[in-house]
Design a protein around this ligand. Structure first.
Ligand code: NAD
Length: 491
């Protein structure tokens, strides 16, 4: 027994030393792989791709070969991959959080780290329980089978987290993937993909299970969409990519845009409501698609709620400051004035710190301010557009009915997410029915909808547009039925 332990230990040490010298196999466990920062061998020296391809069609072929290798490894192989990806994200959360922030310049480091660590809550193979039926005519089993290769597109707002949770869900379901990341957030994704693929190869001998295109382009997306190896697409992003995926001719799972409204009716604790709203809207500087983007508050409690926002880390802007900020936050197509029907959000202000927005508004704010907010009218640009900035417009409404109708309009039919702070079940039901959103959170921040402070599992792809809901391994499966007629029943 002790001899065996010693032998294993010696093998691990030798493997690690060789790995560090770039001369041999890397460490034997996922935890060790992540603990050895220099262990990633040079792809140039080894000639290995580790999932990174310039050519989309080559990536699709490599992913098909990886899918076949994964199939041969069974459920145990998939389980190992899930474990590796979660473990690497956890142990490299600080390093990769910084890497992503350095590249994209959007969001907050503390939340980027939390998002990577939180991937442990993304479900794996255990989520796929077969569905059994038994009766006088025998036994039938429905199984959740893989598609094969999935083409996936990830957003700039959470590049590594979305890629990682896509890998977890898709590989748990038995698939391989080819990613086209956002051009402004692909370098960090390529780094992460290399590390994942290298660890997977060392553990399981499967090469290129999660491929990525370097650099991603519209042409590489088109090539992935057309490639016959790719069985389905999964896109996470705004209206443009959803439209492109849905017109590709392939089945597409679309995690599309949102503009989540909040209703505060004054029947619940205002302080708790304000704390939840600040937490959700300030999260990663309001980059979350589920994040609180506008709040409708009953007139009778409006002033108290505004004071509670200030108490909970919000900074209130004056009207003139909001208008100054709006001029900087929205740009209009050339040749058209501020009355243009199609404003575009200024990308330079998306996901920036409150202090940056405050500077645009012409005001100094105290250190530690989480969120800027102000009273606006219901048709304000900040209400109507998905602005993804730590500024929250608060709208005064006369009745719950008016608040629900204004929230419905602001949500724009995306059917994405909404929140209510209320103890009145009638109000909750009326809002749920009117908005018909995929996620509806009562008395908590938006993140409670993804298992952070609320019950339920987590994922960064929420298939709102096409209706699959919060993605899980099941989302990426085909249901296959196996029927045994007569005989096999045990009674
Ligand atoms: P984006 O739409 O600019 O880009 C998303 C991805 O789509 C990127 O990889 C981009 O390169 C690609 N893309 C864009 N237009 C394309 C086209 N015509 N053809 C092919 N690919 C195209 O969005 P973003 O700024 O990266 O992310 C923010 C948006 O994503 C917001 O609208 C947000 O609500 C949404 N989002 C949704 C979810 C969800 O789960 N529903 C999650 C995160 C982000």
């Amino acid at each position: 027994m002790s001899m065996q332990v010693n032998e294993t230990l010696i093998r691990e040490v030798v493997a690690e030393v060789l790995g560090r010298l770039g001369q041999g196999p890397a460490p034997v466990s996922a935890a060790k792989t992540t603990a050895a920062p220099a262990a990633t061998s040079s792809p140039r020296r080894s000639g290995k791709k580790y999932g990174v391809f310039q050519d989309a069609n080559e990536a699709c072929e490599a992913a098909q070969a990886a899918f076949e290798q994964l199939s041969a490894k069974g459920v145990a192989g998939r389980r190992k991959v899930v474990e590796i990806v979660k473990e690497i994200c956890y142990s490299r959360a600080v390093e990769w959080g910084k890497l992503e922030l350095d590249e994209t310049k959007i969001g907050r480091l503390d939340h980027k780290i939390e998002k990577l660590k939180g991937l442990r809550a993304v479900p794996g193979v255990e989520f796929l329980q077969p569905n059994g039926m038994s009766g006088d005519h025998g036994i039938t089993l429905e199984e959740y089978a893989p598609f094969g290769v999935i083409g996936a597109v990830t957003p700039s707002t959470h590049s590594i987290p979305t890629m990682a949770c896509n890998i977890i869900s898709m590989v748990a379901a038995g698939n391989a993937i080819v990613f086209n990341a956002h051009p402004g957030a692909y370098k960090c994704a390529v780094t992460a993909a290399r590390v994942f693929n290298e660890a997977i190869e060392h553990e399981l001998g499967i090469e290129n299970l999660a491929c990525i295109i370097e650099p991603p382009t519209l042409e590489s997306f088109a090539a992935i969409s057309k490639n016959e190896r790719v069985r389905i697409l999964c896109v996470t992003g705004g209206p443009g990519v959803v439209k492109a995926a849905m017109s590709s001719g392939k089945r597409a799972i679309c995690a599309g845009p949102g503009n989540p409204p909040v209703l505060v009716d004054g029947t619940s604790c205002l302080d708790r409501a304000a704390a939840s709203v600040v937490l959700g809207a300030a999260y990663d500087n309001n980059l979350l698609c589920i994040g609180e983007k506008e709040v409708f508050v009953l007139e009778s409690v409006f002033d108290k709620f505004m004071a509670a926002l200030e108490k909970n880390g919000g900074f209130r802007l004056k009207d003139s400051q909001v208008e100054k900020l709006a001029k900087a936050a929205f740009v209009f197509p050339p040749g058209q004035g501020a009355g243009c029907a199609q404003p575009v959000v200024n990308r330079n202000l998306i996901g920036r710190n409150p202090a940056v927005l405050a500077q645009e508004a012409g005001v100094n704010i105290p250190a530690g301010t989480q969120l800027l907010f102000a009273e606006t009218h219901a048709e304000h640009l900040f209400v109507e557009e998905e602005q993804m900035m730590p500024f929250l417009p608060i709208v005064r409404v006369k009745s719950v009915e008016e608040g629900i109708e204004a929230a419905r309009k602001a949500e724009r039919g995306y059917k994405h997410s909404a929140m209510i702070h209320s103890h009145d079940v009638g109000h909750m039901t009326a809002m749920a029915k009117a908005l018909d959103t995929t996620l509806f959170v009562k008395n908590g921040p938006c993140i409670a909808g993804l298992g952070n402070g609320g019950e339920g599992y987590s994922n960064f792809s929420i298939a709102t547009t096409t209706g699959e809901g919060i993605c899980s391994p099941k989302t990426f499966t085909r249901v296959r039925r196996c029927v045994m007629v007569d005989k096999l029943r045990i009674f």
